[in-house]
Design a protein around this ligand. Structure first.
Ligand code: SAH
Length: 355
């Protein structure tokens, strides 16, 4: 039996299912899920990410968080956490770059939030010397100062899609037509959580909401506002999402999200306004949403690249220049990816970002 068979069976019994249910099954089904069964990253995988492109990304994120720790009077014990650490590359670069910050490593309790057994194994190998611990849920993070990074984590959380119909909404559903998974729409109904979107949408417009993101934000923001710390959330998306951003990647190419359930990376753009509102609701301050290229330039990525280039020749220098461009250039990841920082109301925002 394949995941497609399972989904067809479920839909035959229950009727069409929300996009969020489809996405959750495809990504995290214990037996067939995309993340649960494989390591999808890198050149021979389906997609690549900023830390896999260059060590500079994790290094600069590390320095921003460590400077935040220094600015907040070096709490003697704190959680250094990453959500969805992939291959562990970002955390390894972050830890290498912060070795020179006196006391930072000794005070850090390294905790990784990871749902995929396959990627946990990979992280265990990459990070063996640092002896991290794993948890499955953000709610399991200790109640103490929290310095956290999440890169391309929120885009993997299941979204629901709604199509405007007068002052009501029809939910986009996944059903079966002639044996094939097909998108359709449910009955028209009012949606209290979308009342603010009646201002900026018209009939037929599609909006997305990511339910699981809000309790996660609440857990993080509550710790930061009560105990101190900072969070850097890096992802593609914008302040407010409009339109269908549900997408599938296989072998670095876009495909139909319904074509190969369980075998494609499924993501949606992050609606940063919803995250910022959840943070504020929990008493935590947030920064302005900042393009990744601007954030990295402010933290000195160009100087870092120049320093690294000194020890290199030929093809290595070209690769470094290409990586710098990919991470920062507005036509590459520089503008599509954004950074939102969370910090305590009484503290300064993490370096690279502003209020
Ligand atoms: N941050 C890494 C990997 C991004 S891929 C990088 O930048 O390279 C998304 C990561 O989030 C993977 O590690 C995946 O297994 C994890 N993930 C996805 N959904 C999750 C969930 N609900 N809970 C915990 N981890 C999750």
């Amino acid at each position: 039996m394949s995941l497609l068979d399972r989904l067809q069976e479920r839909i035959a019994i229950e009727g069409p299912i929300p996009v969020a249910d489809y996405m959750a099954e495809c990504l995290l089904n214990p037996e067939f899920g995309y993340y649960t069964t494989r390591d999808p990253l890198g050149a021979d995988g389906d997609f690549t990410t900023a830390p896999e492109i260059s060590q500079m990304f994790g290094e600069l994120v590390g320095l921003s968080l460590a400077q935040g720790w220094l600015d907040q009077d070096r709490p003697a014990r704190f959680t250094l956490a990453e959500l969805g650490p992939g291959r562990g590359t970002l955390m390894a670069d972050l830890l290498r770059a912060t070795r020179g910050v006196p006391g930072f490593h000794d005070a850090a309790e390294i905790l990784l939030v990871e749902a995929s057994p396959a990627l946990r194994t990979r992280q265990e190998i990459t990070l063996a010397e640092f002896q991290p611990q794993w948890v499955s849920e953000v709610s399991e993070l200790p109640k103490q100062p929290l310095f956290l990074i999440a890169n391309e984590f929120f885009d993997a959380l299941p979204i629901r899609q709604f199509i405007r119909d007068g002052d009501s909404w029809r939910e986009r559903l996944v059903g079966i037509v002639e044996g094939q998974l097909t998108f359709g729409a449910g009955p028209s109904a009012p949606q209290a959580s979308l009342s603010h979107r009646l201002e900026d949408t018209r009939d037929g417009d599609l909006v997305e909401i990511c339910g699981p993101a809000l309790p996660i934000l609440d857990e993080i923001a509550t710790r930061i506002s009560a105990h101190g710390g900072a969070a850097l959330i890096v992802d593609y998306g914008d302040w407010r999402s409009l339109g269908d951003t549900f997408q599938a990647l296989v072998g670095h190419k876009m495909t139909d999200p319904l074509m190969t359930p369980g075998a494609a990376d499924l993501t949606a753009h992050v609606d940063f306004e919803a995250l910022a509102l959840a943070a504020r609701h929990a008493g935590c301050a947030h920064t302005r949403l900042t393009p990744q290229g601007v954030f990295l330039e402010r933290l000195g990525i160009t100087q870092r690249a120049q320093t690294l280039a000194k020890g290199m020749t030929g093809g290595k220098v070209e690769n470094l220049v290409a990586a710098h461009r990919r991470l920062t250039h507005p036509e590459e990841m520089g503008n599509l990816f954004k950074v939102l920082g969370l910090f305590p109301e009484s503290a300064n925002p993490p370096p690279g970002l502003d209020r």
